[in-house]
Design a protein around this ligand. Structure first.
Ligand code: FE2
Length: 296
């Protein structure tokens, strides 16, 4: 596929519905986690949209998928993948892609995203989102795979920047330029995880605002926020705490740069009461509302 000029979207022939953001307001959403499903079904809380981990719904049927169908009937949905292993040198997992395509057809999500990482090699799968070596070779490799996935799914993919604790000695491209280049080369959109930017900025000693400045405005289709653990010698992206004050401040600067974008609160460890997540979403919403007001 030819490179897509900046500001334009890749739209395969014969694919009428796939534009990222369709049906999803630039509002604060929540990651739907198993402990809260029953409460969401029973109370239908005022949440702008939900995001789920795609792989949790790859089964042919069952209670989880039935619950998702019911929730999807009332809320916009985003599918967030953790198992595609975008950057691996193993062949793309066609079974995984087919299952994702089937879930997309079933749930008609507003957004479909994956991580800019690798999770396995040689047929072995690691339960982690590992950083790529930021080199021209890795860039060409992962861009080709993003293009292949977009063509297979017939829709735009969002790719998310990951947190990391080590870098590669032979990396030649700053992370922010690598992330931006993937979007420019493939026409994919970005799921910018502002917490991951902050965690990496501290762990690797770079300026998080330089990162934001390098990302093309039009490419950002969603933002993630989460909490980290600062108990050790580096920040660990645990998704197990409230969003840190410094990350809220960086998020405000991200919204100022990119404009209001659908923003998700992620919480995966020591999952609290649903009301705590709603409280975090309200904080994000207040920042988005201020941005909307300035834009008017
Ligand atoms: Fe994230």
């Amino acid at each position: 596929m030819p490179a897509v000029p900046a500001g334009q979207s890749f739209r395969p022939a014969g694919s009428p519905r796939w534009a990222a953001g369709d049906g999803l307001r630039a509002a604060a959403g929540l990651g739907l986690r198993t402990p809260h499903v029953r409460e969401v079904l029973a109370t239908r809380p005022p949440v702008a949209w939900f995001e789920v981990h795609s792989e949790n719904y790859f089964a042919d049927g069952g209670a989880a998928l039935a619950a998702l169908d019911r929730i999807r009937a009332d809320y916009p949905l985003s599918l967030h993948g953790v198992g595609m292993s975008l950057g691996s040198v193993d062949p793309l997992d066609r079974t995984h892609l087919a299952r994702l395509a089937r879930l997309i057809a079933r749930t008609e999500p507003a957004l479909v995203s994956e991580h800019l990482c690798w999770s396995g090699v040689g047929g072995r799968h690691l339960n982690d989102l590992l950083p790529l070596p930021y080199t021209e070779e890795a860039l060409a490799h992962v861009a080709a795979r993003v293009t292949e996935i977009q063509e297979t799914l017939g829709r735009e993919l969002l790719v998310e920047n990951v947190s990391s604790y080590v870098g590669f000695a032979d990396a030649t491209i700053p992370e922010w330029e690598f992330v931006a280049a993937v979007a420019r080369r493939t026409g994919c959109k970005l799921l910018l995880d502002v917490n991951n930017i902050y965690v990496n900025a501290v762990n690797h000693g770079f300026d998080p605002d330089a990162y934001l400045a390098a990302i093309p405005r039009h490419a950002v289709a969603e933002i993630h926020l989460a909490g980290f653990d600062a108990a050790g010698s580096c920040l660990i992206d645990t998704h197990g705490a409230r969003v840190a004050p410094a990350v809220w401040a960086l998020y405000e600067r991200a919204v100022a740069r990119f404009g209001p974008r659908p923003t998700l609160i992620e919480w995966d460890l020591d999952i609290p009461a649903f009301a705590v997540l709603q409280d975090e979403a309200a904080t994000a919403q207040s920042i988005l509302d201020r941005s909307h007001a300035i834009a008017r």
